[in-house]
Ligand binder design. Structure first.
Ligand code: FES
Length: 147
C-alpha cells in the first residue's frame, strides 16, 4: 500500500506542515497590509469591559473571523488590543502581565504592551494595533491603527 511507504508519509507530513505554515504567514501578511494600506473597518463588539480582570486578556478575531487578536487590560481603565500574529513568522503571541509584554514562543520575540513595539528577538515590525473604544459596557473594535 502507498501509506506504508515511509518516504510517502514523510512527504505528506512535509506538505501538510508547509501548507499550515504558509497559511499562518498569509494571515500575518494580510493583517500587515490591512494595517498599512486600508482605512476603516466595521465596528465589532469584542468583549464586555468587566469580563476581563486587571492583568487579564481575551482572544478575539478582527476584522474577519480568520484574523486572531488579543485584548489586554493592563490597568483598571486601560484596554489595548493587537493582532495576535507575531510579525516574524506569524506564531501566536501570549500576554505576560507581570512583565508588561507580549511574548512569542517560536523564536523569542517580545513586544511592548504599551505600543506593540518590538522589545527583543527577530520580529521586524511592531504588532498591528487594533483600535478599541469603550461604549458603555461594550468594548468595540473600530479599526486597525496605521503603522
Ligand atoms: S514567529 Fe515570533 S519570533 Fe519568530
Amino acid at each position: 500500500m502507498l501509506m506504508e511507504d515511509p518516504k510517502l508519509q514523510r512527504r505528506q507530513v512535509t506538505k501538510i506542515l508547509t501548507f499550515t505554515g504558509l497559511a499562518a504567514l498569509a494571515g500575518g501578511l494580510a493583517m500587515f497590509f490591512r494595517a498599512r494600506f486600508s482605512g476603516n473597518f466595521p465596528p465589532r463588539v469584542v468583549a464586555q469591559a468587566e469580563e476581563i480582570p486587571v492583568g487579564g486578556s481575551k482572544i478575539f478575531t478582527y476584522p474577519t473571523d480568520a484574523e486572531p487578536c488579543i485584548l489586554l487590560r493592563p490597568a483598571p481603565e486601560t484596554y489595548v488590543a493587537y493582532s495576535r500574529l507575531c510579525t516574524h513568522a506569524s506564531c501566536p503571541v501570549f500576554y505576560q502581565a507581570g512583565e508588561n509584554r507580549l511574548d512569542c514562543p517560536c523564536h523569542g520575540g517580545s513586544f511592548s504592551v504599551a505600543d506593540g513595539s518590538v522589545l527583543a528577538g527577530p520580529p521586524p515590525r511592531p504588532l498591528p494595533r487594533i483600535l478599541i473604544e469603550r461604549r458603555g459596557s461594550d468594548l468595540v473594535a473600530t479599526g486597525i491603527a496605521a503603522s
